[in-house]
Design a protein. Sequence first.
Length: 786
Amino acid sequence: MDISVLIILLERLMIHIFIFQFASSSSSLSSSSKTNNNTDMLALLALKSKIQLPSNSSMLGSWNTNTNTSFCKWVGVSCGPRHQRVTVLNISFMNIHGTISPHVGNLSFLRILNLDTNSFRGPIPITVGRLRRLRVLNLRENQLEGTIPWTINSQSLNSLEILNLQYNNLVGNLPSSLFNISTLKEIVLSFNRFSGNIPNDMCHMLPKLEMVYLSNNPLSGHIPTSLCHCKNLKQLELGENGLTGSIPTHLGCLRELEYMSFAINQLTGTIPASLGNLSKLEELDLDTNILRGEIPPELGQLSGLKILALEDNNLSGRSPLTIFNLSSIEIISLAFNNLSGNVLEELNGFRLPKLREMYLNANGFSGRIPDSISNASMLTLFEISKNSFSGPVPMTLGSLPHLGFFNIQTNKLTNNPTQTELQFLTGLTQCRRLRLLSISGNPMKGALPGSIGNFSNSLQKFYAAESQIQGNLPYQIGNISGLLDLQLQNNNLSGTIPSSFGNLHKLQQLYLQDNRIVGNLSHEVCPLTSLGYLDLGLNSLSGPIPSCIGNLTGITSISLSSNAFTSIPQNIWSLSNAWFINFSDNSVTGYLPAEIGNLVNLQILDLSKNQLSASIPGILSKLKMLQQLNLSDNAFQGIIPTSIGDLASLASIDLSSNNLSGIIPKSLEKLHYLRHLNLSFNMLSGSVPNNGAFANFTIKSFMGNLDLCGNSKLRLPPCPDTTPSRPRKALMFWLKYVLPPIAALILGALLLLVYVKYWRKSKNQPTSEIDSSIRVRVTRKGISKG
């Protein structure tokens, strides 16, 4: 055979062998792929078997084998194009209940597992450690319990980039193995119950880490010193833990940092000046710690800073103006410190074009509010209460179109001395988004202008208490129909309550006490059906309390004390939601009706200094929530009801200066919370109880009751000894138990002796007399029977 022909035959044979081997290999690969695909499908079905969905949900209806649909097209499932293996499982936000099946570990090609915002419970299965291709593990906002599985480590999950276990119930220490996964970019473990220290070397193996959220756990210890090794860190959140110690000075090395929060811990020491090197920082939150010293002026170098929160520390000294020159700043909060200086006055133009919120309250700042405040045109919140700012309130406030919250209370601010009315309020009426306005606690010395009625319906809370406001309440105040809370107490307001108050239908709280308001209450407040708190005390109102107030069923607290009201309508006692009623120091007459028992939620009742009479009703025992009862300085008569001892919550009782008589009920000894008792100046008699709270009371509680007696500690006359003496006890025993039978025995013997003597004498008389006597007796019996 020709050699060339042989070569051709050999080549053809090799081709056939290759084709056969390729076909066999393809068949084997196809079979293997099919087997692996089946594993993924079974894993998904196992996961489904462990969960429940709401009855009306069909979110996972496609997860079944009864259709020809590939599992790669099931809801929440994505597969790779080459091998048709599950690479993404995203069933977030589906309101799923149940547990995570350990079969999830069989999805060996899985790159993303997202179960965010469901109600999975139980532990995280350790089989997640088998998902070696996993890049994202998001189990956020579920009800997972237990510890972080030890299988989440650098050997098992060496591709993991994002770990989010936020908002669960996980416990235990933070495993150090977690911080050895060098591929990690985000660690989010906040809002759990992790404890112990943050590993000090947490950043030694995490060169790619960009985000760490460990807030809202009971973690303790110090801020890790290794943070500088996380060169790419952008967000660091360690707030709301129990961290102690100082803020490391070397944190200025984190040049990529954009957000830092150590808020609500127990950190001490000073704020490091090196934080001024964090050139990309946008938010710095160190509030609610124990930091001291001055605010470093280097913070003014943070040219991109938007939020600076340093409130609630022990910071002192003058606040550096450099932080107020940051054109990027949106929120400044320095409240609740010991800072000082004329910070606003020294701003020289108030060039803060992006400023939205300013909190300077509860410090020692002084000086004036500059007119240039209007340059902060984006300002929505201005809070400078509890400082020493002085001078007139600027008229330019009306140029702040976004202003919604304005609180300047408790300062030394005044009205313009050339004006009799508070004209700056007229300017503020231009702020159509204003919801809260508080000027309380300033020596304003002016009247409320009629223009106050021009406030928009957005104004919900107006506080002007203790502001030396004079004059009448303007009628136009009734135009502010959106008001929920009006506080004008402790001023010099006069005149009557305008009838326009009835237009404030949304009003929930009305405080006008301690003014000089006169007239009858009439029906000015009766249309206020949303009212919950009403205080008109310490005025000169007179006449009867209107019965329509009893129709304001939402009232929980009402005080009409220190006026000249003459009567209480019956339906007042139907305010079953009320916990506080004070009608003291009026001229109210009459009696307490049985309807008072309807006040089942009442905790404080003060009807003192009136002219109420008759007896104290025993039905008061129905007021089971009552803690303070004051009926003093009235004309009540009769006894103290024994049933008052059933009011187990009572802490204070004052029934002094009445005409009460009888004894002090021993049932009051059962009142374990009783701390104050005044029964003085009545006509009580008998013994003062000794037990319970009575062991702590002095003569002041009982003085002025001439017929009371008690122990020497109370300096009362001793009570008569009603206990029989020993000889008298013996005499009583003889009189009661011995003498009666002896006397009976003697009497019996005497009767027997008389009978025997009489019988003998009768035996010696003639027979005829005996017969005659017998006949007479027999005849009489017969007559009687007849």
